[in-house]
Design a protein around this ligand. Structure first.
Ligand code: DMJ
Length: 628
C-alpha cells in the first residue's frame, strides 16, 4: 500500500509546479479523486488580489459567515450532515477522560523530570535512551546544535521550574528552586546562544521568582523560606554576562553568542537570525522593570528597532539572517518559522506585558505584511475558492515564493493569532498542522507542501502544535481541541517514550530515535498538554492574567510591569550610561528589587474571543485530517 494511501490528506492537489518551474514527479494525493482544481499556494497574490489582501484585517468572531453550499463546492462535500460532525467532535469530552488525559500529561512530565534528576542532573539534558546526562560538547565547539543551548547550568532543571508549580507540586518546586539557588552558577566557560540562554534560563528564573513572590500563591504554597530574591539575582547575573553581545555592534543588533566568562569570542560570527536577536525584549524588559534598571530593556529594544528599520520598504518584510555590523540581509527568506517566529511573537507579547504602543504598532504592521505576502490560498478560511490558507516562505524584497516547505516551528502561529483575535484563520492553520501530525504521529521539522512529504524528518518533541491547540481550546472551548490533545499525547507515548524519558524522533516515518530530550519538552510540551486538560488550573481561571513567554514560562501580567520611569530617556541618542560597560556587574545587595503581584485588567483576554466551532469548521477539519 502506498504511503499516501495509508495516510490520506484531503487537501486536493494536482501535480504542482515548484518555484523553479519543473512539475513535481511526486505522486500522491494529487492523483486521488476529489482533489481541488489548483495549487493557489504557489500563486503570488494576483494584482488586485494583493490589494485586497493588503486590506485584509484580522477576522473577528462573527465576521465572515459562510454557508455549507460554499464549502461543499470547495472541498467536494460527501453528503454528510452537520450533525455527524457535531457528534464526532462537539459532543462533550467526558470529564473522566479529561482527568485521565490530565494525569497522563502529568505522568509524562514526572517520568521525564524524575529520570532527568536521577540520571542527568546536574548536567543540562537527559539522554533518555542510555539514561545518562549530557552537557556542552567541549570536544567539538562547532557543534552548535548542542553548545548553543547547553551551558553547563543544569538547563533542564531550570527550564522546568514553573511547570512544577503549574502542576501544583509545591514540595518538588521548593526543592528544585533550592537546588537551583545552591548549585547553579553562570560563571562557566560556556559559549551559548544569547537567545537560548535568555528564553530558557533567564525567562525561567524570572517566572519562578514571580511565582515565589506572588502574594496570592494561586498554585498552592510555592513560597521559599527565607527567600531573598536569589533567583532574580541569578537572572541579573546571567543577563549581565549576556550584555557583551550588545557591545561593539554597529547596528545595535547583538552578536548571536557569548562566552559566559569572557564575553563575545574573538572569532565570533557577525551574522545572526532575526528571531535570535529580536526576541529578547520580554525577558530583558521584565528584568529591567523588576530591578528598576533600564539597561537590559534598552539594549533589547534597540535591537528590535534596528531590525525593524531594516525591513523592506516595499513589502514591510524582514529576512531571517542579518549581518550585525553592516545591516545587510544575509538570509532574505521571510516566513513564520525558524529565524523569525518569536520576533513576531515578542512584538505582541511585549505590548501585552509593557503596554508600549510602539510594540503594538510594529506588530500590526508586521502582521499586515504577513497577510499581504506570506498568506496563500483562499481569502477566508471557510468560504470562497482555492486551497485552504497557508503561510509560505518568500523573498523579503519581492514577495516571491522561495521554497515549498514550511517548518514545524511555524505551528506556534495559530496560538499567536488567537491572542489577537484572528481565531478563524488560526483554526484553519492549526488544522493544517494537525493534519500533518495525524499523518506521522509527529511533526517533521520541515514539511514540503508541494510534494506532501517531509523534507526534514526529525521531531525533537517540540511544543508548538500543542501550544496552539491549548490556546485555541481556551478561545473556543470546543472539545475538538481536547481530541487533538489526546491524539498528540497518545502518539508521544507510543512513538517517543523510551527507558528513561522521551526521545527525539530521528525519522518521523520509521520512528527511529535519537538519544536526546530537549529541555523544552518539560517546560513547554508537557505543560501545554497538562493545561489543556486541567480545566481548573489557575493559569486560565478567571481573576488571573498570565502570559506565556516563547519558552512557555508563565508571567503574571502586572500593572507594575507597565511602569518605566526611563521611558523618555529611551528616545535620547545613546541610551543609558551603563550600556557598553560590561564590567559593571552589581552585586546582589546593590540591586533594587521590586516585587509586586497585583493583577491588571488592561491586557487582551483571549477568552473574550470565545468562538464555538460551527459544524462547518468541523467538516473542514475532518476533511483536512483525512478522517472521512
Ligand atoms: C523553544 O525553545 C521555544 O519555543 C522557541 O521559541 C522555539 N524553539 C523551541 C521549541 O521548539
Amino acid at each position: 500500500m502506498g504511503f499516501y494511501q495509508r495516510f490520506p490528506l484531503s487537501f486536493g492537489f494536482q501535480r504542482l509546479r515548484g518555484p523553479d518551474g519543473p512539475a513535481s514527479p511526486a505522486s500522491g494525493p494529487a492523483d486521488r479523486p476529489g482533489g481541488l482544481s489548483g495549487p493557489s499556494w504557489l500563486q503570488p497574490p494576483a494584482p488586485g488580489a494583493a490589494e485586497g489582501r493588503r486590506r485584509r484585517a484580522p477576522r473577528r468572531p462573527g465576521q465572515g459567515v459562510c454557508g455549507p453550499a460554499h464549502w461543499g463546492y470547495v472541498l467536494g462535500g460527501r453528503g454528510r450532515g452537520r450533525d455527524e460532525y457535531e457528534k464526532r467532535y462537539s459532543s462533550a469530552f467526558p470529564p473522566q477522560l479529561r482527568a485521565q488525559m490530565r494525569d497522563l500529561a502529568r505522568g509524562m512530565f514526572v517520568f521525564g523530570y524524575d529520570n532527568y534528576m536521577a540520571h542527568a542532573f546536574p548536567q543540562d539534558e537527559l539522554n533518555p535512551i542510555h539514561c545518562r546526562g549530557r552537557g556542552p560538547d567541549r570536544g567539538d565547539p562547532s557543534n552548535l546544535n548542542i553548545n548553543d543551548v547547553l551551558g553547563n547550568y543544569s538547563l533542564t532543571l531550570v527550564d522546568a521550574l514553573d511547570t512544577l508549580a503549574i502542576m501544583g507540586n509545591s514540595s518538588e518546586f521548593q526543592k528544585a528552586v533550592k537546588l537551583v539557588i545552591n548549585t547553579v552558577s553562570f560563571d562557566k566557560d560556556s559559549t551559548v546562544q544569547v537567545f537560548e540562554a535568555t528564553i530558557r534560563v533567564l525567562g525561567s528564573l524570572l517566572s519562578a521568582h514571580r511565582i515565589i513572590t506572588d502574594s496570592k500563591q494561586p498554585f498552592g504554597d510555592m513560597t521559599i523560606k527565607d527567600y531573598d530574591n536569589e533567583l532574580l539575582h541569578m537572572a541579573h547575573d546571567l543577563a549581565v554576562r549576556l550584555l557583551p553581545a550588545f557591545e561593539n555592534t554597529k547596528t545595535g543588533i547583538p552578536y548571536p553568542r557569548v562566552n559566559l566568562k569572557t564575553g563575545v569570542p574573538p572569532d565570533s560570527n557577525n551574522e545572526t537570525c532575526t528571531a535570535g536577536a529580536g526576541s529578547l525584549l520580554v525577558e530583558f524588559g521584565i528584568l529591567s522593570r523588576l530591578l528598576g534598571d533600564s539597561t537590559f530593556e534598552w539594549v533589547a529594544r534597540r535591537a528590535v528597532k534596528a531590525l525593524w528599520s531594516l525591513r523592506s520598504s516595499d513589502t514591510g518584510l524582514l529576512g531571517n539572517v542579518v549581518n550585525i555590523q553592516t545591516g545587510h540581509w544575509v538570509g532574505k527568506q521571510s516566513g513564520l518559522g525558524a529565524g523569525l517566529d518569536s520576533f513576531y511573537e515578542y512584538l505582541l507579547k511585549s505590548y501585552i506585558l509593557f503596554g508600549e504602543k510602539e510594540d503594538l504598532e510594529m506588530f500590526n504592521a508586521a502582521y499586515q505584511s504577513i497577510q499581504n505576502y506570506l498568506r496563500r490560498g483562499r481569502e477566508a478560511c471557510n468560504e470562497g475558492e482555492g486551497d485552504p490558507p497557508l503561510y509560505v516562505n518568500v523573498n523579503m524584497f519581492s514577495g516571491q515564493l522561495m521554497n515549498t516547505w514550511i517548518d514545524s516551528l511555524q505551528a506556534f502561529f495559530p496560538g499567536l493569532q488567537v491572542l489577537i483575535g484572528d481565531v478563524e484563520d488560526a483554526i484553519c492553520l492549526h488544522a493544517f498542522y494537525y493534519a500533518i501530525w495525524k499523518r506521522y504521529g509527529a511533526l517533521p521539522e520541515r514539511y514540503n507542501w508541494q510534494l506532501q512529504a517531509p523534507d526534514v524528518l526529525f521531531y525533537p518533541l517540540r511544543p508548538e502544535l500543542v501550544e496552539s491547540t491549548y490556546l485555541l481550546y481556551q478561545a473556543t472551548k470546543n472539545p475538538f481541541y481536547l481530541h487533538v490533545g489526546m491524539d498528540i499525547l497518545q502518539s508521544l507515548e507510543k512513538y517517543t517514550k523510551v527507558k528513561c524519558g522521551y526521545a527525539t524522533l530521528h525519522h518521523v516515518i520509521d520512528k527511529s530515535k535519537e538519544d536526546r530530550m530537549e529541555s523544552f519538552f518539560l517546560s513547554e510540551t508537557c505543560k501545554y498538554l497538562y493545561l489543556l486538560f486541567d480545566e481548573e488550573n489557575p493559569v486560565h481561571k478567571s481573576g488571573t492574567r498570565y502570559m506565556f513567554t516563547t519558552e512557555g514560562h508563565i508571567i503574571s501580567v502586572d500593572e507594575h510591569l507597565r511602569e518605566s520611569p526611563w521611558k523618555e530617556f529611551f528616545s535620547e541618542e545613546g541610551g543609558p550610561d551603563q550600556v557598553g560597560k560590561s564590567g559593571h556587574r552589581p552585586k546582589p545587595q546593590e540591586l533594587n528589587v521590586i516585587n509586586s503581584s497585583s493583577n491588571c485588567n488592561r491586557v487582551p483576554d483571549e477568552r473574550r474571543y470565545a468562538l464555538p466551532l460551527k459544524s462547518i469548521y468541523m467538516r473542514q477539519i475532518d476533511q483536512m485530517v483525512g478522517l472521512i
